[in-house]
Design a protein around this ligand. Sequence first.
Ligand code: DLZ
Length: 161
Amino acid sequence: MKKTNLSSYDHASVPDGSAYRIGIIAAEWNAEVTDVLLQGAIDTLLEHGVKEENLIVRRVPGTFELSSAADIMLDSQYPDAVICIGCVIQGETRHFEFICQAVSQGITNVAIKHECPVIFSVLTTDTMEQALDRAGGKHGNKGVEGAVTALKMLAFKESVA
Ligand code: DLZ
């Protein structure tokens, strides 16, 4: 199935990314979804001026690992921002709740600790179909939106520094 990016945003409103080094961490779980989000984020950052050599792309096993991986990456590779990509799909057990709670709180904590944008590009859906709708389907691509958010937050940080 061809994945089309249907995320619509005002391209002119997105800050130039040529000065920035950006990390992207994607979960391996539900790779059918996270691969599309990852590609959307990469394409969008390149489109808005981020240099290929300034992209640091890494994978982790699951969404639960995203916040600790962002913390490790910020301490070791010094990106200006990190985009965390994951997809948690509701199952029969309470795993969904624990993972969603941990990753949302974890990402917030890492962003505050490092005083830099750490972006929540995590889909939390009831079904795989809902996830695919947001990974290049009828509801756009949340990886694209994560990349735009990272650039806007970097510009925000600069504007208040
Ligand atoms: C264990 C688990 C389950 C049940 N579901 C998902 C999921 O839908 N999406 C996802 O990214 N990861 C899932 N995981 C794996 C956890 O994120 C984590 O990798 C393991 O619990 C090990 O810490």
